[in-house]
Write a protein that binds this ligand. Structure first.
Ligand code: ZN
Length: 190
């Protein structure tokens, strides 16, 4: 009799363990393009400002990210896998991990780069006038590390009327399983 209870107890605790394990794994599946071991400033939840020298950035960023982030480069249009991605989750700065845009503010602009109509918060982004190349544009930079992200234009969809045209190379995507579930439920109802 005692043995039976003991076995039952073991079984319950085993099931509980495997349940919490499974829950942990499915809560969020994160896809990262960054090698965080090489980048000590990368964090998806720190709000501390990052101030590194160009030399230090060059050491810790992959060449393509460095070119966009620090040299204000532009990736070739229609080359980013994020351009038409419908995955649900959060787009972070690939240089420092700062959360920049939610996938539900992303839209197909047809311009050749991933486009969003609204950043996560006012402090996610820094705006700077950019009069280079004979154009009057507004540059957008990461609010935490000042990486160049792209530009913002006033021809976007409602509710903001803005189009944040962002280089895919400087984006790092974290897919949210739970968010995906509620998003699907919501769109099913509409
Ligand atoms: Zn950043």
């Amino acid at each position: 009799m005692y043995l039976k209870f003991l076995l039952l107890g073991c079984l319950i605790s085993f099931q509980y363990c495997s349940f919490s394990q499974a829950k942990k794994e499915t809560t969020s599946q994160k896809i990262s393009t960054m090698d965080s071991s090489k980048n000590p400033v990368y964090s998806r939840n720190s709000t501390d400002k990052v101030n590194l020298s160009e030399e230090e950035w060059k050491k810790i960023l992959p060449a393509d990210v460095y070119y966009i982030a620090r040299q204000k480069g532009t990736e070739r249009p229609f080359t980013s896998p994020f351009e038409h991605s419908k995955d649900v989750g959060t787009y972070h700065c690939a240089a420092c991990g700062n959360p920049l845009f939610q996938s539900d503010t992303k839209f197909d602009s047809g311009c050749g780069w991933p486009s969003f109509y609204q950043p996560i918060s006012k402090t996610s982004i820094i705006y700077t006038p950019d009069n280079s190349h004979g154009m009057r544009r507004t540059e957008v930079q990461c609010g935490r590390c000042k990486a160049h992200l792209g530009h913002v234009f006033e021809d976007g969809p409602p509710p903001t009327g803005l189009r944040y045209c962002i280089n895919g190379v400087i984006l790092d995507f974290a897919k949210a399983k739970e968010a995906e579930k509620s998003y699907n439920e919501k769109s099913g109802k509409q």
